[in-house]
Design a protein around this ligand. Structure first.
Ligand code: GLA
Length: 403
C-alpha cells in the first residue's frame, strides 16, 4: 500500500541512479551497535547506554586518540534512539530522557569536532529493535535527517514486506537526494534477499545505496568473523563486480578491541576487512580500548590497503586450512596478499610459495610485511617467500613492481 502510493506520487520524477558522489573509498567511522546494542537504562549504565553522552564521548575519543587523523570520520547512531511517538507535525523525535538536547544538537557537536554524523532508521512500521519506523513518512523523515545535519542514513528493513524492498530503498534514496544534503545511504537489501532466497538485483542495489550488507550481523567471536570470511570467499552472485568507489559490499562492523577475539584473531578480522576493501565501522569502546588493538586499527599500511583508490575487493586464490587472498592495489601491478591459517590448535605453520603462486610474475617486486612494516626486499617470480602463521592467525605483505 505504502509502496503503491509513493510510486504513483513520485515515479514520474524518480531518478534511479545513485549520483551523490559519496563514499569514493570505503567509509570509516564508529558505530555503536555490536558493542552497545540497545541498552536504554541510562540510570544504571550512564556511560554505556544509547544516549547523547555515549556519542559525544566517542566523538571526543575519535579526535583525542588519533582516529580522526587516521581517517575515521563518521559517528553513527544505530537503533533505539527514537521516542515512541512523532511530534505534532509528524516528525521523528529522539527519546527525550536519553537525548535531552535532541539529535540536531548531537549532530552539531559531532560536526564541531570535524566529524560527520549518521543515523539509523527502518522503512517498515518498526525498527529491528521495535522502535518507531519510517513507514508512510519516508519524505518527512528524509527531510528531518537533512535538517538535523545527518551525513549518512543507515536504512534498515525489519517489519516490512520483502516485496517492498525494490521500491522502498530507491524511493528513500530519491527523497534523501531531494533534500539537497549529501548523505551516504546504506542498506541491508542483499542481506534480506539472501534470507528470503531472492536473487539480489545488484545493479539496482548499486544505483541506490552507497554500501549494502550481505551477510549476518557480526558478533564478538572467531566463529562469526571466520564465518563472514568464508562466506565472502563464495563471491555470491558475483557480488565483487559491483563493489568499488561509490558502492561497497559491507561485511558489517569491526569488533576489534572488545571481548571475544585473541590478538591474532583481531589481526585476521581487521586485515581481511582491509583486503575486502570493506567499510571500516568500529563497534568498540574507544574511550578504553587497549593499546595493541588501537595500534592495529590505526596501522597506516593496513588502512592504505583498505582505502586504495582502485577500491577492488580482494579474492581468494586458495581456501582450506591455509587461505590465500590477493587484492590489486596501486601503483599499477601491485598486490596486497593475506595468508590466513584457519586451524584452531597446534603450532604455527610454515608457508613457502614462490612469488608467482600469488600471481606476481611480471619482473621484480619490492615486498613489505604489513603488520610491522618489515622490509622483505626485492624478489622475482621464482623467489620462495617463507614465513610462519599462527593458528587462527594471518600474515600479510604488499608487493609493488620495481621499475
Ligand atoms: C539489524 C542490523 C544491525 C543493527 C540492528 C538494530 O539487525 O543488521 O546491524 O542495526 O538491526 O536493531
Amino acid at each position: 500500500m505504502l509502496v503503491s502510493i509513493l510510486l504513483f506520487t513520485s515515479l514520474s520524477t524518480l531518478v534511479i541512479a545513485l549520483d551523490n558522489g559519496l563514499a569514493l573509498t570505503p567509509t570509516m567511522g564508529w558505530r555503536n551497535w555490536e558493542r552497545f546494542r540497545c541498552e536504554v537504562d541510562c540510570e544504571t549504565y550512564p556511560n554505556d547506554c544509547i544516549g547523547e553522552r555515549l556519542f559525544m564521548d566517542m566523538a571526543d575519543a575519535i579526535v583525542a586518540s588519533g582516529f580522526k587523523d587516521a581517517g575515521y570520520q563518521y559517528v553513527l547512531l544505530d537503533d533505539c534512539w527514537p521516542a515512541p511517538h512523532r511530534d505534532s507535525s509528524g516528525r521523528l523525535q529522539a527519546d527525550p530522557k536519553r537525548f535531552p538536547h535532541g539529535i540536531k544538537a548531537l549532530a552539531d557537536y559531532i560536526h564541531s569536532k570535524g566529524l560527520k554524523f549518521g543515523i539509523y532508521e527502518d522503512f517498515g512500521k518498526k525498527t529491528c529493535a521495535g522502535y518507531i519506523g519510517s513507514e508512510f513518512y519516508l519524505q518527512t523523515d528524509a527531510q528531518t535527517f537533512a535538517d538535523w545535519g545527518a551525513d549518512l542514513v543507515f536504512f534498515d528493513h525489519c517489519n516490512a514486506a520483502a516485496k517492498d524492498m525494490k521500491y522502498g530503498f530507491p524511493i528513500m534514496e530519491f527523497f534523501l537526494n531531494k533534500t539537497g544534503r549529501p548523505m551516504i545511504f546504506t542498506c541491508p537489501w542483499p542481506m534480506d534477499n539472501r534470507i528470503q532466497h531472492i536473487k539480489p538485483d545488484f545493479p539496482a542495489i548499486r544505483k541506490t545505496c552507497n554500501m549494502w550488507r550481505i551477510y549476518n550481523d557480526i558478533e564478538d567471536s572467531w566463529d562469526s568473523v571466520i564465518g563472514i570470511i568464508n562466506w565472502w570467499s563464495k563471491d555470491w552472485y558475483n557480488m565483487s563486480a559491483y563493489h568499488g568507489p561509490g558502492g561497497w559490499n559491507n561485511p558489517d562492523m569491526i569488533v576489534v578491541g572488545n571481548f571475544g577475539l585473541s590478538p591474532d584473531q583481531e589481526k585476521v578480522h581487521f586485515g581481511m576487512w582491509c583486503i575486502f576493501a570493506a567499510p571500516l565501522l568500529l563497534a568498540n569502546d574507544l574511550r578504553s580500548i587497549n593499546n595493541r588493538s588501537k595500534a592495529l586499527l590505526l596501522n597506516k599500511r593496513l588502512l592504505a590497503i583498505n582505502q586504495d583508490p582502485l577500491g577492488i575487493q580482494g579474492k581468494p586464490i586458495q581456501m582450506g586450512d591455509v587461505q590465500v587472498w590477493t587484492k590489486p592495489i596501486l601503483p599499477k601491478g601491485s598486490k596486497a596478499v593475506a595468508v590466513v591459517y584457519t586451524v584452531q590448535g597446534g603450532n604455527f605453520i610454515r608457508v613457502k610459495y614462490p612469488l608467482e603462486f600469488y600471481g606476481l610474475d611480471a619482473g621484480e617486486y619490492h615486498l613489505t610485511e604489513v603488520f610491522e612494516g618489515h622490509d622483505l626486499g626485492q624478489h622475482n617470480k621464482s623467489s620462495v617467500i617463507s614465513f610462519t602463521v599462527n593458528p587462527t592467525g594471518i600474515y600479510m605483505f604488499t608487493a609493488k613492481p620495481v621499475n
